[in-house]
Design a protein around this ligand. Structure first.
Ligand SMILES: NC(=O)c1ccc[n+]([C@@H]2O[C@H](COP(=O)([O-])OP(=O)(O)OC[C@H]3O[C@@H](n4cnc5c(N)ncnc54)[C@H](O)[C@@H]3O)[C@@H](O)[C@H]2O)c1
Length: 281
């Protein structure tokens, strides 16, 4: 049974995961290499909780109890010591994930469950850093974690069925819904999303409709909360291109990035973050 969770990496995803874990009743430690990041996470978590209290979705007492269950730590061996479960959310680089997992092997109990929030890397490869790969699986949260309901639970080559069960149970206790997926590039969501986004670019390239009308069609006709171009502007066209290149390399021709998307990236139209993507901001 899982009582304590350590979240490794307190960035965009890590702080939201730690908030969810503390709210779910787990003794939670949030670890990062940077004190500054941890301080920022503390303020972000306070703001998320305060907003929920203001909206009447959370009682002040429950928020206080959750806060009391949450520690912010910069000592990795102390963070991992005696913990029941590890959720890794460090940057998306295999070398980094492997070195973090080596520390997990060194300092965490041998039977701790280990989950990675990777968006695309191979869980099977990441878990090679641990002697018991049966206890490792993917636990793919969505951004922003406190608002998004889904967790994709990803079964790697050696993941034990019990590991999948435990991770699903933890996700549920954090208020999430889960889907089970066999490890595969892009899981379910990124793969479908990249395909829709790429198809939208092909339609724009072929002059089938304007970007505004393609977005409007998917929102009003298919009930998507955002149009594919609004979404790609938010995600970053460069990020989307790298996802498509990865899917193209792994899964074949139907994921070949649309030439218009490639041109936009070459032109520096990377999305909202630079003030222009498909749209101007
Ligand atoms: N951002 C998203 O929308 C999103 C969605 C789903 C999954 N993910 C995945 O989640 C993971 C984290 O992404 P993010 O967007 O939160 O990244 P981020 O860059 O916002 O945060 C990563 C954090 O890890 C810290 N860090 C770096 N090296 C570390 C180490 N050795 N030990 C502990 N912490 C370390 C950094 O200081 C930083 O605070 C990635 O694998 C990413 O693919 C991201």
């Amino acid at each position: 049974m899982i009582r304590s969770i350590v979240v490794l990496g307190a960035g965009t995803m890590g702080h939201g995961i730690a908030y969810g874990a503390a709210m779910g009743g787990f003794d939670t430690r949030l670890y990062d290499v940077s004190e500054e990041v941890l301080e920022r996470s503390r303020s972000l978590i306070n703001a998320i909780g305060a907003k929920a209290v203001e909206l009447g979705k959370l009682s002040p007492n429950d928020f206080e109890s959750a806060r009391a269950r949450l520690d912010f730590v910069t000592d990795l061996s102390a963070a991992l010591s005696g913990v029941d479960m590890v959720i890794e959310a460090v940057p998306e680089r295999m070398d980094l994930k492997l070195s973090v997992f080596q520390e997990v092997e060194r300092h965490a109990p041998a039977d701790a469950i280990v989950a990675s929030n990777t968006s695309a890397l191979s869980i099977t490869e990441i878990s090679s850093a641990l002697t018991r790969a049966q206890r490792v699986a993917g636990m793919h949260f969505f951004n922003p974690v406190h608002k998004m309901k889904l967790v994709e639970v990803v079964c790697a080559l050696e993941t034990a069925p019990e590991t999948m069960d435990v991770i699903e149970e933890v996700a549920k206790q954090m208020g999430k819904e889960t889907v089970r997926i066999k490890e595969s590039p892009g899981f379910v969501t990124s793969r479908v999303n990249a395909m829709i986004g790429n198809e939208a670019f092909y339609m724009l390239q072929q002059g089938i409709a304007s970007a505004r009308d393609i977005d409007k069609a998917l929102k009003l006709g298919l009930n998507h909360p955002m149009g594919p171009f609004e979404l790609v502007d938010l995600v970053g066209l460069d990020t989307r291109l790298s996802v498509l290149e990865f899917l193209h390399a792994k899964l074949g021709e139907k994921y070949r990035p649309c030439p218009l998307l490639v041109e936009y990236v070459q032109a520096g139209r990377l999305g909202k973050k630079v003030g222009r993507g498909v749209y101007e901001y």
